[in-house]
Design a protein around this ligand. Structure first.
Ligand code: SF4
Length: 460
């Protein structure tokens, strides 16, 4: 895949990642527990066989990585983790009876924080609890995020026993100087051992997370990291851009700013990684920050048009409502977004009162659903067919989206997108800037005053 640095420089801007539309900053407290309960009941009654996707948020980490942008809490106290786990199971017990037992769970994702901060026994216990409360589909995708530091073979064995078939390991960089600067010292051998354990225990798919734009990262350190990663042959690779926003995330002040690559250097690191992964290493660029082997499910789903996006990123499980358990988790139903509290004492208080912990959300309008459909088609399949949109939403595409099409004309002139009579197609150079293409359809981005815009990360 060839990367045009001038185009990246020209179009690099702060934009949503479109894991939802509208995006989470537009959620409001008009949606609370009662709205959520009513929508769960409505969705369950309307589609009592519809598949489910479950997300478990385990917020604890042993140590703060200075680049971190997640909802996490540092702890060394096993009692604190055990308490959270008790409440998480109670939350599952509150919600599970509201969903038809006929609904198959086609996807489970354990995210964090660090899910593998749980002991192997706690992983077995929580996995068993889920299996007792829900009907797992035989081919369910079950993934867990893991930190190679502190991971043991028994963690992997426990994850496999409860049905985990995908493991995602945080790497970021193999370079010791970079690791020091981000407060994540993780010798390469730990990652290698974790990958080997996953394969030994029959976990089908391994993902490695990398980050570019970190302090002290250079083309040489990036080349070494990429070499090490490619040598491990993971099924998927995520290559995230480090967003340095110390005004929002105070702990990022601990990152030495003078050691951060300059903007052009950052883009060069991205280009270097992208070219290495998609040429000699043979990975398929799926979109945004995701790469997969050409025979991976993500690549196949993209080919057959069933790739979707949700708060966990790209997903192959189309049509599943996402129910989230734990602090800050976001439920994603077709008719409602709803987010759990981010405050731990509030989370415990509400569960003690046998209440769900939703505190904000958003009910998409018909116009939101239309725009969401178009944006997601572009993000996942790099194309939107006008006729299909017109048939589904009863609109005249060109008339309805005339402002969006006008916004896309400069991108068409720069070769990023083809505006055909029947379809809008993201061209290969535009695949790296797909957020810019999708953003043309984002009414919230264009209708709000510039100083009322939420802060988003940059396109690349
Ligand atoms: S392990 Fe992940 S969630 Fe925890 S501090 Fe590091 S980046 Fe953040």
């Amino acid at each position: 895949m060839n990367v045009d640095l001038d185009l990246l420089r020209q179009y690099n801007q702060s934009l949503p990642r479109y894991t939802s539309y509208p995006t989470a900053p537009h959620f409001g407290e008009a949606v609370g527990r009662e709205t959520f309960r009513a929508e769960v009941w409505r969705a369950n009654t309307a589609a009592p066989q519809a598949p489910l996707s479950l997300y478990l948020h385990l917020p604890f980490c042993r140590q703060l990585c200075y680049y971190c942008g997640c909802h996490m809490k540092v702890t060394h106290d096993p009692a604190r983790i055990a308490k959270y786990l008790r409440y998480l199971k109670r939350e599952i017990d509150l919600l599970a009876p509201m969903l038809s037992s006929d609904r198959p769970v086609t996807q489970v994702h354990w995210g964090g924080g660090t899910p593998t901060l749980l002991s192997p026994e706690q992983i077995r216990e929580l996995g068993g609890h889920l299996r007792d409360r829900f009907r797992m589909a035989p081919d369910a995708e079950m993934s867990i995020e893991a930190d190679p530091r502190g991971l043991t073979e028994d963690h992997i064995a426990a994850a496999r026993e409860i049905g985990t078939n995908r493991l995602s390991l945080g790497v970021q960089s193999f370079d010791p100087t970079v690791q020091e600067a981000i407060n994540r010292v993780q010798p390469e051998r730990l990652t290698r051992t974790a990958v080997q354990w996953a394969r030994d225990h029959g976990i089908e798919s391994v993902n490695l997370d990398l980050v570019y734009g970190l302090p002290h990262q250079t083309p040489d350190t990036m080349a070494d990291t990429l070499g090490g990663v490619v040598d491990l042959a993971p099924d998927r690779i995520a290559l995230y851009s480090y967003a340095h926003v110390p005004s929002v995330l105070e702990h990022q002040r601990l990152i030495p700013e003078e050691a951060l690559p300059a903007p052009t250097e950052r883009l060069r690191l991205f280009k270097q990684a992208l070219e290495r992964l998609t040429t000699t290493a043979g990975y398929r660029f799926i979109g945004l920050d995701h790469f997969a082997k050409p025979d991976d499910e993500l690549a196949l789903a993209q080919d057959n048009g069933t790739l979707r996006r949700n708060f966990q990123g790209y997903s192959t499980r189309a049509g599943a409502d996402v129910y989230a358990f734990g602090l800050s988790g976001i439920h994603q139903l077709s008719g409602l977004y709803a987010q759990n509290t981010k405050n731990l004492p509030t989370y415990y208080d509400q569960i003690d009162q046998d209440e769900l912990t939703v505190y904000r959300g958003y009910r998409p309008t018909q116009e939101d659903r239309l725009r969401r459909h178009v944006i997601m088609r572009l993000m996942c399949n790099a194309e939107v067919q006008k006729g299909a949109v017109e048939a589904r939403f009863n609109v005249d595409f060109d008339a309805h989206f005339s402002a969006a099409l006008d916004r896309l004309r400069p991108l068409e002139q720069d070769g990023l997108v083809a505006l055909g009579p029947d379809a809008i197609t993201v061209r290969p150079p535009g695949r790296l800037l797909v957020r810019n293409v999708a953003a043309a359809f984002d009414a919230y981005l264009h209708d709000a005053a510039p100083d009322a815009q939420p802060a988003y990360s940059e396109s690349v």
